[in-house]
Design a protein around this ligand. Structure first.
Ligand SMILES: [Zn+2]
Length: 152
């Protein structure tokens, strides 16, 4: 039996539930559609629709242009329905078979371990010189890039 972390439950909620459906539940008279401008349900938005809902690869999100903020299903559950997204996540979790639970864990565990370590490119003396020449107009961009690529 796998005990899911809060992060995992939140992911599950965000992936398995439709943001459009939850917004309609919170405000049945609202017009919510993916890919169309909508009135943001998270702030007092009356005159011009300020938000858009879109499908990301595994969840629906809402971007509010006024607030410059991203909202997920879990935010809508929390802020609009006043329910705990973790409780709902746990209900969804318990509906999964042990195999599905394992698969869900596996498909999300890599993200925390596989973060690539970005190695800084070695800055060589030649490159530094070429950069200086470029700055003073003694060489063009192509030559600079050539020096750069050759030194990678
Ligand atoms: Zn907003």
């Amino acid at each position: 039996m796998i005990k899911p972390s809060p992060e995992l439950l939140k992911l599950l909620v965000n992936q398995k539930m439709s943001l459009v459906k939850i917004l309609k539940k919170a405000n049945p008279s609202g017009l919510y559609e993916v890919g169309r401008p909508i009135y943001c349900p998270f702030h007092e938005n009356y005159h011009t629709p300020a938000a858009v809902i879109y499908d990301d690869k595994d969840s629906q999100r809402l971007w509010c242009f006024s607030e410059r903020k991203m909202y997920y299903v879990s935010d809508a559950i929390n802020l609009l329905l006043n329910q705990n997204p973790y409780d709902i996540g746990l209900i969804l979790w318990n509906r999964l078979t042990p195999l599905e639970q394992q698969q869900f864990v596996d498909s999300h565990s890599h993200s925390s371990f596989d973060v690539p370590v970005v190695e800084k490119t070695k800055v060589t003396k030649e490159f530094e010189e070429a950069k200086l020449k470029f700055r003073y107009g003694q060489t063009d961009c192509i030559s600079l890039l050539k020096t750069y690529i050759l030194n990678l």
